[in-house]
Design a protein around this ligand. Structure first.
Ligand SMILES: Cc1cc2nc3c(=O)[nH]c(=O)nc-3n(C[C@H](O)[C@H](O)[C@H](O)COP(=O)(O)OP(=O)(O)OC[C@H]3O[C@@H](n4cnc5c(N)ncnc54)[C@H](O)[C@@H]3O)c2cc1C
Length: 493
């Protein structure tokens, strides 16, 4: 006997319960609209989820790496305040780089940097900066890639020292193959001049309101980790009767006449067909293309193969040690050190670790299927602890245990041609009248939480107003600073 597939229907189907999808859900719920959410993982929050590990009576928590919240949009602060009700703290940012066995403050502290690098290297940096000014300002050398962007603002020696190496570690390709868009999103507004101005303002005790986003020195953080925002949204929506189906993912997205008609999903209850009038999705764009039925034109299927993502392997180490560093996170730009970045979660919020204990979250940049990606937990731990011991951070006698996590599709790779491929793919997707593709994976965009939240909100607003707003416009504004005010219960220094 043939088994009939279960069919259900909803007005708006949201695929993906990360910040973007859940922001859309919240806004639709506030307007009393009908929708349901499907999420392939067993937890909500996407890359901004918080893990909880129980060791006997002790609870250790960690985000997927450091997640400070920042935005220039006051509405986002109010949106989150409405969900968290003052379960935020304001944290004084401390970040450093560890290079050649020495710490360097970030943003750069010139006196400390000079002491660490010595006069010969300092002269070399100044000389190279002068050369860069002549090359890029006088002879107008064009900015063709990330390397050009950095060298034109910092000169070669300083650029290589603290930006080029780390960037190449993230992407696994040369900085000459990286699009300058990455610099605009990562270090926009930053230059030797802006660093000097910020330092001068500090010396004279004045606040630099227009400092670039990379220089802002306090941020907000939910007491129990960034995932608290998204778990709280899930609880709120479920209490209002909305359905969030976990462990559920689309197998086929059926369309006709430029409209998505239904989505066939695999779920813990078997296959379901969900009929819908609108779709909001944050599925990695190349994956979404392959779900469409009928298939997109061959040219689009071929182009999506050229979009590449970088993945990450993580190691979360719990320690019988009260504290390792005063920093929230430390960068390791040197390629000889396999660790990309280390975060000490208790320095975001003391509630992330039990009293008298701490933890380290280590990030390793990799490509799905490469040697680092394939390492077992034990192999990764051996590699990590060897370097942590050599750098003097901790030693294996203090380690309680460790947890191995991997995430695919973490960083969209902005190579030199990505914009052309992506533009053609987006033009194709834009033909679907009832499709909103949003978020970091959906738009192949290096979003932080703020821009993913805004994309979700704009998609929901489009559905509420019956107007298709331009999702691409989110985050493209010239002004790009961290700001906003929140009621916080306490401040953690
Ligand atoms: C190490 C690290 C550090 C970061 N630091 C910060 C920071 O300091 N501040 C900050 O604001 N942001 C930070 N971010 C970025 C932040 O995590 C992202 O901006 C945010 O999570 C993006 O939200 P999103 O909803 O767009 O995408 P995602 O978080 O990727 O969520 C997408 C969701 O869709 C689901 N999904 C995908 N495909 C399917 C499918 N086929 N079917 C069903 N579900 C699917 C996924 O499982 C996921 O839950 C950091 C990210 C990383 C990795």
């Amino acid at each position: 006997m043939m088994c009939r597939m279960k069919k259900i229907s909803t007005k708006t189907l949201i695929i993906g319960a990360g910040p973007a999808g859940l922001a859309a859900a919240m806004e639709l719920s506030k307007a009393g609209k009908d929708f349901m959410v499907i999420e392939r993982q067993s937890r909500v929050g996407g890359l901004a989820k918080t893990y909880e590990f129980k060791e006997g009576d002790l609870i250790f928590r960690t985000d997927t790496g450091p997640h400070r919240f920042f935005s220039k949009n006051q509405y986002l602060y109010e949106f989150i305040e409405d969900i968290l009700h003052e379960q935020w703290i304001q944290v004084k940012r401390q970040t450093r780089q560890f290079i050649g066995g020495k710490f360097y403050d970030y943003p750069v502290n010139a006196v400390q940097a000079l002491r660490n690098i010595g006069p010969v290297r300092a002269i070399r940096i100044l000389f190279d900066y002068g050369v860069a000014k002549i090359r890029y300002s006088v002879f107008k050398k064009p900015i063709r890639n990330f390397a050009d962007y950095v060298y034109s603002r910092f000169g070669k020696s300083l650029g290589d020292f603290n930006m080029i190496n780390y960037t190449e570690k993230i992407w696994g390709i040369s900085s000459e193959e990286i699009h300058e868009d990455w610099a605009s999103q990562r270090i926009k507004g930053l230059s030797i001049t802006s660093l000097a101005k910020d330092m001068a303002m500090k010396v004279f005790g004045r606040a630099n309101k227009n400092k670039p986003k990379s220089l802002v020195d306090t941020f907000y953080y939910p007491e129990l980790g960034t995932g608290l925002i998204y778990e709280s949204i899930k609880d709120r929506l479920e209490s209002e009767g909305y359905i969030i189906m976990l462990n559920t993912e689309p197998r086929k997205v059926l369309h006709r006449n430029n409209r998505i008609r239904s989505v066939i999903c695999t779920s813990p209850d078997g296959e379901i067909e969900i009929e819908c009038e609108q779709v909001i999705e944050s599925v990695p764009v190349k994956e979404f293309i392959n779900l469409l039925e009928p298939k997109p034109p061959a040219r689009i299927v071929e182009l999506q193969k050229k979009l590449r993502y970088r993945s990450q392997a993580y190691l979360f180490i719990t320690l019988n040690q009260e504290s390792v560093t005063p920093d929230q996170w430390i960068y390791f730009p040197e390629k000889e050190n396999p660790i990309g970045r280390l975060s000490e979660m208790r320095n975001f919020s003391h509630a992330m670790s039990p009293v008298g204990k701490t933890s380290l979250f280590l990030e390793f940049f990799c490509t799905e299927g490469d040697a680092t990606w394939n390492m077992t937990a034990d192999e990764l731990f051996e590699e990590a602890i060897t370097h942590l011991e050599a750098c003097g951070f901790t030693d294996r006698s203090k380690v309680r245990t460790y947890y191995h996590i991997r995430e695919k599709n973490v960083y969209p790779i902005y190579d030199l041609e990505y914009k052309d491929y992506l533009g053609t793919i987006k033009t194709y997707l834009d033909k679907f009248e009832n499709l909103y593709y949003i978020g970091r994976p959906g738009r192949f965009r290096y979003n932080n939480q703020d821009h993913s939240l805004e994309m979700g909100m704009l998609a929901a607003k489009g559905i509420i107003d019956g107007v298709k707003y331009d999702i691409e416009s989110v985050g493209s504004e010239k002004e790009y600073y961290e700001s906003g005010n929140l009621k916080t219960k306490q401040t953690q220094s």
